[in-house]
Design a protein around this ligand. Structure first.
Ligand code: LP5
Length: 241
């Protein structure tokens, strides 16, 4: 079986080059895969499935066409698009995963995450995450008007932009103790995640066994894809035109 993994595309009307590259990927290499996984921050900001935009319509249509072709599509929430919901998934014919999620890839048990919950040294973010992602807040957020969500979304983005600029870079990366503990708890030797925009394959030792943490890249000057097949795990980038 062949699996493809992407994350942090941050699709937005202001970056048609990223949308073009993604749609091209869906029409080419994703068609050769059995399963496609998008591990969060698929959209720059997703305020709810009631926000209809030409970009969302085009993406939904392309994902549904891929599913029609026979590739199963799985989505996970990121910190920018955790309001993506059932209506989007039904229309795009994809399945929403929980975070963390265990999957079997060619017989190996693998842990998938967006990655933000591993950044436990970023105390201000962890506090905001707990606040926004608890079921009561989610219920309230989902029931605000679109205009109210837009206002709050803008405020959060500008605060976040300001604050992340001032945070030391190790604070905004994963905490390695948290990674080891999470992998041990789930009994896996491979973890795949995004969020940090620091693409790499890290060799680790977990519970005395060799293990790996594969970090997907964000799509900005390049696109990033992880392919998993009988040849193993191959993380690759390609220039965006
Ligand atoms: O996104 P990225 O990678 O740049 O930064 C993240 C963390 N920031 C975020 C915030 C998002 O960028 C913005 C959320 C988009 C909106 C989603 C839609 C839902 C909106 C609600 C609609 C009702 O996730 C950033 C991390 C960084 O990753 C690295 O891990 O550091 O975290 C922060 O910067 C958080 C700040 O430190 C704390 C911000 C406090 C904000 C308080 C503003 C309160 C305004 C609320 C008004 C009601």
């Amino acid at each position: 079986m062949r699996y493809l993994f992407l994350s942090d595309l941050h699709l937005q009307p202001e970056r048609p080059d990223i949308t073009r590259a993604f749609l091209h990927c869906l029409q080419t290499r994703a068609r050769e895969a059995d399963e496609l996984y998008i591990l969060g921050d698929f959209f720059e900001v997703w305020l709810g499935d009631d926000e209809q935009s030409p970009l969302a319509t085009e993406v939904i249509k392309a994902l549904a066409a891929l599913a029609e072709h026979g590739t199963r599509v799985y989505l996970m929430h990121g910190n920018r698009d955790f309001l993506l919901g059932r209506r989007f998934c039904r229309a795009a014919r994809c399945t929403l995963l929980s975070d963390p999620q265990i999957v079997q890839l060619n017989g190996e048990r693998v842990l998938l995450m967006h990655g933000d919950s591993l950044c436990t040294d970023d105390l201000a973010y962890m506090k905001m995450r707990r606040m926004l992602r608890n079921p009561l807040s989610l219920f309230i957020l989902r029931n605000l008007t679109l205009a109210q969500r837009r206002r709050i979304g803008r405020k959060l983005r500008s605060e976040s932009r300001e604050q992340t600029r001032q945070k030391p870079s190790d604070i905004t990366d994963v905490n390695l103790g948290e990674v080891a503990e999470t992998m041990r708890k789930h009994g896996v030797r491979t973890l795949i995640h995004g969020h940090t925009h620091r693409p790499a394959v890290h060799q680790l030792v977990i519970a005395g066994e060799p293990a790996q943490r594969i970090v997907l890249g964000d799509w900005d000057t390049a696109g990033w894809v992880l392919q998993v097949d009988e040849n193993g795990y191959q993380l690759a980038s390609f220039p965006l035109e």
